[in-house]
Design a protein around this ligand. Structure first.
Ligand code: SAH
Ligand code: SF4
Ligand code: F3S
Length: 437
């Protein structure tokens, strides 16, 4: 019996898919490499933007034929998208070939649900809106043997006005430091050299823990785990990133000098409507602080264009901020109205053509900055953790520097999972090319 999991969305979903794989292995399934081989298909979905949802919906439509040919096939949809009631209702109505729908708080029940389907041939739906306790100790089948995602918080309490995540992932909850540490210690004993600590807002880690533990304190403890070489974390909220935390990070050897700080907009008027809780001035001050304390740091961001009511002067403020901040790179998004969020109800929605025009201008500017910064790295020697063969070309390996730069180089499979010194020979906008030393 074989399973195939398709994952959309962020690292929280990637991590959940590892748990889903672990649970399926425990009940006797192995991983399939192609769609037709699979007895169980799971789609772990994302709904942060409309585009992500549409991809899944069209994929589900295509599966009807597969199910007709193989009635024993189990098709399951899970993840953030099905946490929206109107969406799971629509899937149940329009896609009767879907056997299984389970939410982000029901993952541990997967073995039971599969068992029920096999016994009764009845569709199973299990979606809890939220869960108070954290379920620890679930099995997992990790994607990489040398690098691992580790949840530190679940959910989000920020309610940025455009964002659906707090509605589909529930209230913010922190894992106990000892649970996190024992997971990381085990990982390190198994050969993991890099961990990525995950949370929608890692800076607010530990707020409701008793005894309390701050994100900085947690980092300091993880830094002591033997065998571990690199610590990353995603995502930080600029509002909660203090100078004290920058100082702590600067003092911890294993914590990578990479700061991903989503700004979203450079306009104070829009930032306020987004409910982000900081101004552009405060954000720029934080950038200055980081550059002063950690001069080698790379800084990246997320930006949204076309938020409701965004005027040309607001967009100019965003461009101006990008020029001042000089990000290493940025994820740029078209604002996408999400049902149930305050921004989706705001008047003055921006026409798609204008959003696209602004996005293009913003990307052109950021690409120019990224290329200039990357060009400055030509000739330098950087340490890379080699992750995999590149999908783009044969015999080309890819890895990441401490500053999270993507580096491509020629090499053989035995380098995967190892640290290498690489001399940068050519810089491009999105990655660097180098030679192994
Ligand atoms: N918790 C993280 C990431 C959330 S989702 C954070 O706060 O940074 C990742 C990114 O998707 C966000 O940073 C934002 O830039 C973008 N995003 C979220 N909702 C969106 C929407 N409705 N339309 C367009 N982009 C959105
Ligand atoms: Fe969404 Fe804001 Fe929470 Fe990030 S911090 S997940 S953007 S509500
Ligand atoms: Fe998407 Fe859910 Fe992550 S909506 S971005 S997969 S938390």
């Amino acid at each position: 019996m074989k399973y195939l999991i398709t994952t959309y969305g962020c690292q929280a979903n990637e991590r959940d898919s590892e748990t889903i794989a672990g649970l399926l292995r425990e009940i006797g399934y192995e991983e399939a490499h192609q769609l037709p081989e699979a007895d169980v298909l799971i789609f772990n979905t994302c709904c942060v933007r409309e585009k992500a949802e549409n991809k899944v919906l069209s994929q589900i439509g295509k599966l009807k034929e597969l199910k007709e040919r193989n009635p024993n096939l189990i098709i399951g949809i899970c993840g953030c998208m099905v946490q929206q009631e109107q969406v799971s209702a629509k899937i149940r109505q329009r896609a009767p070939h879907v056997d299984l729908i389970f939410g982000t708080h029901n993952i541990h029940q997967l073995p039971e649900l599969i068992h029920n389907i096999r016994q009764t041939r009845q569709a199973q739906v299990r979606i809890l809106p939220d869960r108070e306790e954290i379920i620890e100790g679930l099995p997992s089948c990790r994607k990489y043997p040398f690098k691992a995602f580790v949840n530190i918080t679940y959910g989000c309490d920020n309610f940025c006005s455009y964002c659906i995540v707090p509605y589909v992932r529930g209230r913010e909850k922190s894992r106990k430091p000892q649970d996190i540490l024992s997971e990381i210690e085990k990982l390190a004993q198994d050969g993991v050299v890099e961990v990525v600590l995950l949370g929608q807002n890692v800076n607010s880690y530990g707020k409701n823990l008793d005894p309390s533990c701050s994100f900085g304190e947690l980092l300091a403890m993880v830094n002591e785990v033997p065998g571990l070489r690199r610590i990353r974390y995603l995502t930080s909220h600029p509002r909660d990133f203090t100078e004290e935390l920058v100082q702590i990070i600067a003092g911890l050897k294993k914590v990578c000098p990479h700061f991903h700080l989503p700004i979203q907009s450079g306009s104070n008027r829009i930032l306020q409507k987004m409910n982000r809780g900081y101004t552009r001035e405060q954000y720029l001050e934080l950038i200055t602080t980081i550059r002063r304390i950690v001069p080698e740091a790379s800084i990246t961001t997320d930006l949204i264009v076309g938020f409701p009511g965004e005027r040309d002067e607001d967009f100019q403020d965003t461009l101006d901020l990008v020029r001042q901040a000089r990000f290493d790179s940025a994820f740029t998004f078209l604002y996408s109205p999400r049902t149930g969020t305050p921004a989706a109800r705001m008047k003055e929605q921006i026409p798609l053509a204008l959003k696209k025009e602004r996005l293009q201008q913003l990307m052109d500017l950021q690409n120019e900055i990224s290329l200039t910064i990357n060009k400055g790295m030509e000739g330098q020697v950087v340490e890379i953790l080699v992750e995999a063969f590149s999908k783009k070309a044969q015999n080309i390996l890819e890895g990441r520097s401490v500053t999270n730069k993507l580096v491509l180089m020629e090499g053989s499979a035995d380098l995967i999972g190892r640290f290498c010194q690489v001399k940068i020979t050519e810089a491009l906008t999105w990655f660097l090319k180098g030679d192994l030393i």
